[in-house]
Ligand binder design. Sequence first.
Ligand code: G16
Length: 560
Amino acid sequence: MLMQDSIDLALKMTTGLPTKLILKASAAHPKPEGVTFSYGTAGLRTKAAVLDSVCFRMGLIGALRSKRLQGKVVGLMVTASHNPEEDNGIKAVDSRGEMLEAAWEPFCTQLANASTDDELISVLESIIITFKIDLSIPATVVYGHDTRPSSPHLVKALVDGLVAFGTQLIDAGLKTTPQLHYLVKAHNTKGTPEAYGEPSEEGYYKKISQAYLKLVAGKPSLSPLVVDCANGVGAPALLAITKYIAADALPVRILRTSTGVQGALNNGCGADFVKTNQRLPIGLEKDGIEAGDRLCAFDGDADRLIYFYCNGPPSTKSSFRLLDGDKIASLATDYISELVKKADIDIKVGCVQTAYANGSSTKYLKQRVPVTCTPTGVKYLHHAAEAYDIGVYFEANGHGTVLFSPEAVRTIKAAQASPSSPAAQDALEQLEQLTELINQTVGDAISDMLLVEFILRARQWGPEEWDGAYEDLPNKLLKVNVKDRSAFKTTDAERRLTSPAGLQEKIDELVGKYKGARSFVRPSGTEDCVRVYAETALASDLDSLANGVAKLVQESSGST
Ligand code: G16
């Protein structure tokens, strides 16, 4: 295209930009000085006190993204998930219920960092031109928030951004992150043959509870499950679903539900605390739990799930046993693979993990199904899982779900017309219900919990039988505070560092000194730290390796 033609087209495309309205609204949401924002693993996330302008600007992005998708509903969720209560953030949901398209991420970062009005408008113009957005298309955005005290204020900023583009608003209010993903997909598929469910919170509960009840019908009950809700939004959501599922179908004790208590969120409890510290939530041993009880924990926005139990007195630290995302992946992969075999259909099951997956879990899974490794972040795992007919993806930290490809769903439905045996018919019915039970838009603590509960019930297993699949290699996760985490760059699905120069070689040398050891370093995309993961064959080597790598990180960067 000739230069003049390009200029004319750009002018034409950006003519409808409501510059005055945007700048007027933006004046009420000034960017704080001296802060640089970055779109990370799951959106923008940092201290809530500096996020007002970011939320306003993500409102603008939401409107543009919806216009780009011909007016389809997109979602914005105000949450900082597993982070401490004083943090907040925003996750963007695309029209199929998945994470925002990666190509938009650098623009979100640019817009969040624009420090003048001119810069703000210029970034918006470049988004419009890059993605060929027709501004005359009306936008619709559904937005929600978690229980953080800062959320209502930030939602207001978000709405100001949406309103500046005349966006049609759907206020979902207090929601879990997976519920918001569900709502986006349900809105966009309403009235189509692919209708995902009623686009309401009630629709969400109905869809998954009905599937669960069909799956567990006739299967003997298990002892009660104890749930740590991280004092977050998972608490009211779990309470709500128990109104749809009677206690004999889901015997449950719901703990850590103090959503209104300042400072309680994710504090000494929740999935991240349990996984990272490999211990019970603080004080849980005094909550009347016993050896062998099934325990699980959500994170602050209920998109992660971790199970655990004690194989001896809960007051003894050594009795703690973790059933993390890897163990959930192995449970789900085994069960679903068996169903596919019984159903006698030609469907391939695959599994997706990250470098954090315990080496034993990868070995176990690889003996059964193809396994892919991606960088950290649901957005990467989700897309990799789409490559399989049935893709099970879980991060060790408890984020994950199972995706059934449209072809797999068609095969399951078609085979039900003439099943090869009564056992095949039963397996096909179970597979069909699993497509309803599992929230296929994103990892969902509640839906995943029901999946685990169903499988354990079908197998009549307690946590020890489940745990018996394989023995985790001793492992440790450390956070190291550094001056500039952006100095840490990785390659090979984050398993190796390319920067700071020379650090990877030093890590290799250290790892080489320990038997069956592995360690890697990567910058967190949600917290201001660098994460160190270490795994060894011998428990006695673990602390020495993990601390040694952390020391190398500190020496290479200068800790804060
Ligand atoms: C988010 C992402 C996860 C990721 C986690 C930690 O979870 O959705 O995929 O594993 O951050 O990422 P990082 O190690 O980069 O900090 P959440 O639950 O915090 O939204």
